[in-house]
Design a protein around this ligand. Structure first.
Ligand code: NAP
Length: 245
């Protein structure tokens, strides 16, 4: 069973669809958009796949443990985790940030990712009697570009995701678990409107070497490859899916 955090919309939903189509039973979490989550699970069921939506805020430790338990009870042992849930927080320069906003961004993007990884290692590591598996963390090219003027806070949180990807990959490499990251560039999803500046994506596209935004499906394809046996000797890698940006 594959668990995808933040699977109701955007990149996560594309991963859920592709993975279900490839035969994985897929559990996914969401927070607010129950309608989107239920409609995705229903669509996949209608197409002959197996999907299970569970409401769980990755910033809340009890929610995470409950989601993993519920997913395993419904769909069987965990074989893969996609740490996709993430938020940018509002666009603002560093002189305008406040602690509450920073705490929320880091709670979702960094602590949530680490706690989900903890649950996955406890369940998949051969050192704990598990059968091994794969983890893919969704980072961002912002970790390397820095997000100046927009969201240095978000870029810094994704920098932490990059570090934990390398560290965890090496920590569990001999226990049957591969850990990798993808770093999307500008991808067409609702995350941009959520920043409060829906026109930002279109304004930035001319700076992308391929001169276009990417799709959630293009990111999902890379994630599916990293999860698959085709990537059996790949761990600690971080693949840009950014049109050259
Ligand atoms: P999105 O369209 O805004 O979708 C976010 C998804 O995450 C939704 O399913 C949302 O569920 C869920 N979610 C949000 N907060 C959550 C929480 N605390 N706990 C559990 N689920 C939560 O975002 P996206 O563009 O697909 O982004 C997905 C990932 O890609 C993020 O990590 C983001 O940082 C990264 N990324 C995106 C881009 C881009 O250009 N789109 C670029 C680089 C990296 P509800 O709606 O139900 O709350």
């Amino acid at each position: 069973m594959l668990l995808v955090t933040g699977g109701s919309r955007g990149i996560g939903a594309a991963v859920v669809r592709l993975a279900a189509g490839a035969g994985y039973p897929v559990a996914f979490t969401y927070v607010q958009d129950a309608a989107a989550a239920e409609s995705l699970a229903t669509d996949i069921g209608a197409g002959g796949g197996r999907a299970f939506a569970v409401r769980a805020d990755v910033a809340v430790e009890d929610d995470i443990v409950r989601a993993f338990d519920a997913a395993e009870a419904e769909l069987g042992p965990l074989a893969g985790l996609v740490n996709n849930a993430g938020i940018t927080g509002p666009l603002r320069r560093v002189e305008a940030v406040d602690a509450a906003m920073l705490e929320r961004v880091f709670a979702v993007n960094v602590i949530g990712t680490l706690l989900c990884a903890r649950e996955a290692v406890r369940r998949m590591s051969t050192a704990h009697g598990g059968a091994g598996g794969a983890i893919v963390n969704v980072s961002s090219v912002a970790a390397r570009l820095g997000g100046p003027g927009d969201y240095v806070h978000y870029a810094a949180s994704k920098g932490a995701v990059d570090s934990l990807t390398v560290g965890l990959a090496r920590e569990v490499a001999s226990e049957g678990i591969r850990v990798n990251a993808v770093s999307p560039g500008l991808i067409e999803t609702e995350i941009h409107a959520a920043t409060g500046d829906p026109g930002r994506l279109a304004r930035m596209v001319p700076g992308v070497p391929m001169r276009r935004a990417g799709t959630a499906e293009e990111v999902a394809q890379t994630i599916l490859w990293l999860l698959s046996p085709a990537a059996s000797y790949v761990t600690g890698a971080n693949l840009d899916v950014s049109g050259g940006r």
